[in-house]
Write a protein that binds this ligand. Sequence first.
Ligand code: GRF
Length: 194
Amino acid sequence: MSKIKLAIFISGKGSNALNIIKYFEKDDTVEVALVLSNKTDAQGLENAQELRVNTVVFNNETFKKSGEIDTYLSSLGIDFIVLAGFLRQIPADLVYSFKNRIINIHPSLLPKFGGKGMFGKRVHKAVLDSDETESGISIHYVSNEYDEGKIIFQKSIAIEKGETVNSLTAKIQDLEHAFLPIIIEKTIRHEFNA
Ligand code: GRF
């Protein structure tokens, strides 16, 4: 039987992508078939290549063109897409053809601190500026609105006295690394209700 194929989209460091690749490396039923980026210099591309995962770089214009990425992913037999630090909006045709098959990780407790322009340290700064007592991660399906698709999983952590953007960034990344691969696995094996 052929494996379930994942494609991971990244724009930067790609630590989550690397973590996901390693998690499924020896799996008999799931494989990371491809890492895609809109940035030629995304560090994560090199890391993926070192683990012998194919990589593709596309430009933002190609990405927006109706059907191109969609056709490409379908030709490779990709079953699920994971957005791990990918900073572009997914075109509507791709959302449509991969309905409930595109998963995003967001570094806050959505619906708080999501939406256009809310990524990376900006999210953590906004959380701290708002005197929140907790933050966390949200793993959700992708819809046509930024960060608004159905939530699959959330995990929270307390914000400590003296918390800084850097300390919160580190804690959130630890949560992402601990949970994202497991939640992807449960989702693609339909262990959650879609
Ligand atoms: C993560 O915090 C993710 O939630 C956010 O971007 C960061 C990506 O980190 N959207 P990395 O590129 O996987 O290291």
